[in-house]
Design a protein around this ligand. Structure first.
Ligand SMILES: O=P(O)(O)OC[C@H]1O[C@H](OP(=O)(O)OP(=O)(O)O)[C@H](O)[C@@H]1O
Ligand SMILES: Nc1ncnc2[nH]cnc12
Ligand SMILES: [Mg+2]
Length: 220
């Protein structure tokens, strides 16, 4: 059988992490890919009234992980969100994820971005020297810790978590990053509870992947 001498057809650049051979990345194809991923992802979310306490409308993001196709789409959407908002050279060296739900996707996202992953954990879970910050959230108060050597002076850091409600948890994590000498690039969340105005507590650019509650349970 004679071998074909013609070169293979050019491969479509379907991954924003691939650098096109000429010119700049195709931003409009990234944004249309992101828009269609968001629609698919949003449909999978669920809400539970009065959990964990009366008056709270609980946003359940766990279905994003129960199906591998959806999970893949979710991580891809986060990657696109970050690549479109942070140009090359200004991308994170470290992704910081918040215990517990920020651990579900922080490490996968860090790998996609070629960044390290560092956990912020609830008090008493991390060995060795730690820094601590107290915080209040939508339904309680707690302490967060980070290992004192987890971030090097000047490293660029992105804080990720599932939800920003009052912003207490994320603001505490941001303060820990800065205490260690990290440069806080911003915050990325899946959902934001607009009516709690959490982003006002955050002193770095804040991005949310999907739209969510703009009213409390009592008002809906
Ligand atoms: O903006 P805030 O008012 O601080 O609330 C948001 C935080 O609350 C939840 O964490 P929680 O510690 O309740 O649960 P988890 O351990 O399941 O992440 C959520 O995962 C966010 O981390
Ligand atoms: N309404 C909510 N749903 C899920 N997680 C939350 N964390 C804080 N508020 C929340
Ligand atoms: Mg949490």
């Amino acid at each position: 059988m004679p071998q074909s001498t013609s070169s293979p057809p050019p491969r479509a650049c379907t991954d924003a992490s691939e650098t096109p051979q000429r010119g700049t990345p195709n931003m409009s194809s990234s944004s249309s890919e992101l828009a269609s991923l968001k629609i698919k992802l949003h449909k999978s979310l669920r809400q539970f009234p009065d959990f964990p306490t009366p008056g709270v409308l609980f946003e359940d993001i766990l279905p994003l992980f129960s199906n591998p196709v959806l999970h893949q789409a979710f991580i891809r959407a986060l990657e696109l969100l970050i690549r479109t908002n942070y140009p090359e050279g200004q991308r994170p060296d470290v992704v910081v994820g918040l215990e517990a739900r920020g651990f579900l996707f922080g490490p996968s996202l860090a790998l996609r971005l070629g960044a390290g992953f560092v956990p912020v954990r609830k008090q008493g879970k991390l060995p060795g020297p730690t820094e601590t910050a107290s915080y209040e959230k939508e339904y309680g108060a707690d302490f967060f810790q980070i290992q004192a050597d987890a971030i090097k002076q000047g490293q660029k850091v992105l804080v990720v978590d599932d939800i920003v409600a009052t912003g207490g948890s994320a603001a505490a994590a941001g303060s820990l990053v800065k205490k260690l000498g990290g440069v806080l690039l911003g915050y990325v969340f899946i959902l934001e509870l607009d009516f709690l105005k959490g982003r006002e507590k955050l002193d770095a650019p804040t991005y949310t992947l999907l739209s969510s509650q703009s009213n409390s349970l009592e008002k809906t």
